[in-house]
Design a protein around this ligand. Sequence first.
Ligand code: SIN
Length: 330
Amino acid sequence: MGKKNIYILATGGTIAGRAASETATTGYQAGAIGVAELLAAVPELKAFANVRGEQIAAIDSKDMTSAIWLQLAKRCEEILSQDDIDGIVITHGTDTMEETGYFLNLTVHSDKPVVLTGAMRPATAVSADGPMNLLQAVRVAVADDAQGKGVLIVMNGTIVSAREAVKTHTTSLDTFKSPEIGDLGTVQDGEPVFYRQPLRRHTRESQFDVKGVQELPRVSILYAHADDDGFLVRATAEGGAKGIIYAGMGNGSIPERVEQELAQAVKQGIIVVRSTRSSAGRVTRAEASYEEHGFIGSDMLNPQKARVLLQLALLQTTDKEEICNIYHIY
Ligand code: SIN
């Protein structure tokens, strides 16, 4: 059998970053290097796949927008519908990679692999990690075992489901983890090995379709802290938010004054989801009053992923029970 055809979509990030010196690993310009240069830097790719690429954006991923997410999802669907394409690798900044990955996990309807990768050191650094990560991502994208596993993040030899991946460290190369569920697999000496598969609904089975969608509903994340008096709840409600993710304490606990403000927001038609500022664990049923107000638990989704799911859910419904069910399925 011939080599598989993998399409690379470049969006910028540190993997395409250029620094002033070979020792600089911070303070560089992300997204400065184009897709052709990225691919040319890893000639080993040719041994494993036929690769060609396209530049979708050239940004530092802190500036990721829902407009680019929508463009990426539509482009992935177009490319994967071609019989001669076997998978996609997306190069992306690590800062919002988990959100983009989860968005695509919910909006790209294909069993063909979609793999996100990036780097923690700019392309110009001594021991840049981007070339190896790109090679490993392409090796995963051509693996038969990667099919039907949803969108994957491959960095530093680990394969993580986009649903569960979290950027856990500000600068370490080994930053993407799945604190609760663990990795799906590993890349050992270039060889991908899978041990598990995601069970939450994704990609081909997903109910979310963004084909005709031009923008996503406004959903804010508010972060709990001592002395929180709910001032930001009022501000975000007045600002026109359709949903609020409250990153509560521990098991999604909400300070009393904030709870009253959030209850008021629900009465105005805003959907409120309880997530957590803790780094791992599910948000489960807690105070009876939370249920009475109609607050929804985020299950195991961290605030930024709970936000992605609520934006997509709100395209289809504002019914609290339906949205609650969506958090149990995805
Ligand atoms: C970015 O997210 O674009 C910058 C940081 C990184 O890629 O590691």
